[in-house]
Design a protein around this ligand. Structure first.
Ligand code: FES
Length: 112
């Protein structure tokens, strides 16, 4: 099943507490986040509130604050935190020998 893992580059290419985006079919993007403790998470780059670009938010702990209205989205589940309700699709991601790989079929499905 390795063919289903898309290599998107070195972990070091993603800023700590930042992200990079990967375009997928249909004009959507996957946002790949790197946390302060060097874990990676991938979500569709679309806030569950009004579609804000989560990749431009601020990563704190294992959450990202949406740049538009400051909703906090859990990176692991894609769920809005606190009083807010909504969920962004999550894409499996892993690090192999310093390279970041995202699950291609999940990315396509999540962005559909
Ligand atoms: S669009 Fe993200 S908080 Fe409103």
């Amino acid at each position: 099943m390795t063919a289903d893992w898309l290599d998107i580059g070195w972990l070091e290419q993603i800023p700590v507490r930042g992200s990079r985006t990967v375009p997928v079919a249909g004009g959507e993007e996957i946002a790949v986040f790197r946390t302060g403790d060097n874990q990676v998470f991938a979500l569709v780059n679309r806030c569950p509130h009004k579609g804000g670009p989560l990749s431009q938010g601020i990563v704190h702990g294992h959450s990202v604050a949406c740049p538009l209205h400051n909703w906090n989205i859990a990176l692991k589940t894609g769920e809005a935190q606190g009083e807010d309700k909504g969920c962004t699709p999550v894409v499996p991601v892993k690090i192999v020998s310093g390279r970041v790989l995202i699950c291609r079929s999940s990315a396509l499905k999540a962005a559909a």
